[in-house]
Design a protein around this ligand. Structure first.
Ligand code: ZN
Ligand code: ZN
Length: 404
């Protein structure tokens, strides 16, 4: 589950103009794009218009009053972010205490939405990696010590600034554009860095040997986890762990991703020399019975060192009902579990929902490797969400398990 909207104007723009703006996979400067005859004689005018239409569509998405949802006469704007509107002073004041906490995020989001229109501004291939890998504690370390991304971002900011001129919006300046590119790039790497980082939340992790393969189960895996494998960026997780990695994706929804059908538990897909991927399109219980608890040596695979559920959504009772058997299985089998949530509200509600299960929470709080690309939630204007915002680590090896 996510708050992603199906019709997102910057994505529509980027998809449509990718073949002109980034024909070889990297964003070109405007003067080179405008030489392309296929864009027609009035290319510059057409591009300016396309940007303006996109900006207008984005504005329309936030045209209702952020307090009462009224759509007529919504003329008052927050001066801080210019991204939230109200129908009256009363409505604006009613929201002030909660809006002021996220106003700067909404201001950033407005910059990010324009930058997101631009296809491939920062190259993200294998060549961005720097050094030998190892523990990544936060984004600062990632951008400066483990990759060349910080340098690439600094060098493309002037180019993004040139394109900004086509939007008709006031230019926020190169520093703001750099910060925006960094947020957008963080979104790409948040999950793979969290996979590599999450074992460090468990007290016993340091004692495990580093020469053998590390086995991690990604529960409820979907598009982003599949994409991390197919793009190869999953190798980042192995670099962070400093050891070979086997990622096992388990979820009924994997049936939607035919590319995973050949990643069988007994013949994993070798993604890179240090990473193997496995996919099981079904329930975790069935996977466990068929491949872990089995006595058939042909079907049996290694037990997981850790399980990770990216945004399982167990803050809602419906999702908790679906997840409860898996949580109980992991507790019974003493498999450490980490889960992430999209925002603080979900994090608090998740902790509340988990409390009666008697699980041993050994780490909880903001994830230092959360996506910095925060967006306003569509249903609650004063909440923001971002991938892997908060993390909860449950040490089932030392739990006072429910029923025991
Ligand atoms: Zn109102
Ligand atoms: Zn504001």
């Amino acid at each position: 589950m996510s708050f992603e909207i199906s019709e997102y104007p910057p994505r529509t723009f980027s998809d449509k103009y990718q073949k002109y703006l980034a024909p070889h996979g990297v964003l070109l400067p405007p003067h080179q794009v405008l030489k392309n005859k296929k864009l027609g004689d009035r290319a510059e005018e057409a591009l300016r218009k396309a940007f303006k239409i996109t900006v207008k569509k984005l504005k329309k998405m936030k045209s209702a009053c952020a307090n009462c949802d009224k759509t007529d006469g919504v003329d008052l704007e927050c001066e801080g972010c210019r991204g939230v509107r109200y129908c009256s002073v009363e409505c604006k004041e009613a929201r002030l205490p909660t809006h002021s906490l996220i106003c700067h995020h909404i201001k950033n989001e407005a910059v990010d939405q324009v930058v997101e229109c631009l296809p491939s501004p920062v190259p993200l291939g294998r060549e961005v990696l720097r050094g030998k890998g190892g523990y990544v504690g936060d984004w600062e370390a990632w951008f400066t010590r483990h990759t060349t991304l910080g340098d690439s971002i600094a060098s493309v900011a002037p180019l993004v600034s040139q394109w900004w001129g086509y939007t008709g919006l006031p230019n926020p300046g190169e520093e703001a554009l750099k910060a925006s590119l960094q947020r957008i790039v963080s979104n790409v790497f948040s999950t793979v860095l969290t996979i590599g980082h999450c074992p460090s939340w468990f007290p016993d992790y340091q004692q495990t040997s580093t020469d053998r393969e590390f086995h991690i189960h990604l529960l409820g895996a979907d598009e982003p986890e599949v994409g991390a494998v197919t793009s190869g960026i999953i190798q980042v997780s192995s670099r962070v762990l400093g050891r070979p990695l086997v990622v096992t994706l388990v979820a009924p929804d994997l049936t939607k991703h035919p590319v995973t059908f050949s990643w069988a538990p007994t013949s994993p897909y070798q993604v890179t020399p240090s990473v193997k991927a496995v996919a099981y399109p079904g329930l975790y219980h069935d996977f466990w019975r068929e491949h872990i608890a089995t006595s058939d040596p042909k079907a049996k695979v290694q037990r997981p060192d850790i399980a990770l559920a990216i945004h399982p959504g167990v803050h809602t009772s419906d999702m908790l009902t679906l997840w409860r058997p898996t949580l109980q299985l992991l507790a019974l089998e003493q498999v450490p579990l980490t889960m992430t949530t999209y925002n603080e509200a979900e994090f608090e509600e998740t902790l509340e929902k988990l409390a009666p299960l008697g699980l041993k929470v050994v780490h909880k709080g903001l994830n230092p490797l959360r996506s910095l690309h925060a967006k306003q939630t569509p249903y609650e204007p004063d909440h923001i969400w971002a991938a892997n915002s908060y993390a909860i680590a449950i040490d089932n090896t030392r739990s006072s398990r429910a029923g025991t």
